[in-house]
Design a protein around this ligand. Structure first.
Ligand code: E4P
Length: 296
């Protein structure tokens, strides 16, 4: 499954038209890069309007209580689709636990709100396991940043998926982010990622192949020629009669003209000349020239 790793509503709108995306992830760095100075609420609501599935928004407040309150404010933008992204450290684990407690309280009070939590900035399988134990629905591993540490990110993804599934957290989904090149996407999927969140420019690279572009160009050029050929004026028997008349044929000869057929670029007619000989009148579609000769 693919999410789009972007906070630009225009990109989200364009790429959701492909029908391959199931959600969106944002983070404070992406927002500051792609939408400098933009209002967060407006931006996220614009993204929600042009996408489907969960939209992850990260918490940035400095204390656990403030983060939990921040989560509730963000969540109120769309109770069903907002996914709260909690960075994983000791504070983050507390926030996840706090949010789950609040969620239970709401459900007891009669509101059936279910909160989605995406535990983020994860570099190790153990961080992912702790986040799952605290109550995360998703754990986000950062492929490119793990590779920066000279650690094999595929190994980390595989161990994380195995450790979650082996310890009763099979439903927790592994998201792989921090994708820096097209090849990372298939490596992440084969390592066991449930979801890969892909930046717009890399998603475009995934569908592009120079040989595909060349093949499509070749097919289109052939079809243009085909259409041009179909538009070539094929002379009718009337055109042939006119041509024959301009050559000085007698009225008797003109009465004998009949359609012969077509052979490649040549359209031919037949008539009997003034001396009574069977004669062909040709029209060359390519050169658009008429010619006549006796039938041998
Ligand atoms: C995904 O959820 C992350 O926010 C994102 O992919 C981080 O990528 P970066 O390493 O390019 O900042």
């Amino acid at each position: 499954m693919f999410y789009l790793d972007s906070s630009d509503p225009k990109e989200v709108e364009d790429l959701f038209k492909w029908g391959v995306l199931s959600g969106v992830t944002t983070n404070p760095l992406i927002i500051s890069r792609e939408m400098p100075g933009a209002d967060l609420e407006e931006t996220i609501k614009a993204i929600l309007a042009v996408s489907t599935g969960p939209v992850s928004v990260e918490l940035t407040e400095p204390t656990a209580m403030a983060m939990a309150d921040e989560a509730e404010r963000r969540w109120s933008w769309d109770w069903d689709r907002l996914c709260i992204k909690v960075p994983v450290n000791d504070l983050g684990l507390q926030v996840i636990r706090l949010l789950r407690t609040r969620e239970k309280r709401y459900q007891k009070e009669g509101s059936r709100k279910e909160l989605r939590i995406n535990a983020t900035c994860i570099m190790t399988p153990m961080q992912a396991l702790l986040a799952a134990m605290a109550g995360a629905d998703y754990v986000s591993l950062f492929w490119g940043r793990i590779a920066d540490l000279q650690v094999n990110p595929a190994h980390v993804v595989r161990l994380t998926r195995e450790s979650l599934s082996g310890r009763g957290y099979g439903k927790v989904e592994v998201i792989v982010g921090s994708i820096r090149q097209a090849g990372d996407v298939s490596c992440a999927l084969s390592a066991g990622a449930d979801i890969v969140t892909v930046p717009p420019q890399i998603l475009r690279q995934l569908v592009h192949h120079p040989r595909t572009a060349e093949t499509i160009r070749e097919f289109n050029e052939a079809w243009e020629k085909q259409l041009a050929a179909a538009q070539v004026a094929i002379p009718t028997i009337e055109d042939a009669r006119k041509e024959l008349k301009s050559m000085g044929a007698t009225a008797k000869s003109l009465r004998t003209i009949r359609g012969g057929g077509r052979n490649g670029d040549m359209v031919y007619f037949e008539y009997t000349n003034a001396l009574g000989a069977a004669t062909s009148l040709f029209y060359d579609i390519k050169t658009q020239q008429w010619a006549s000769c006796l039938v041998p």
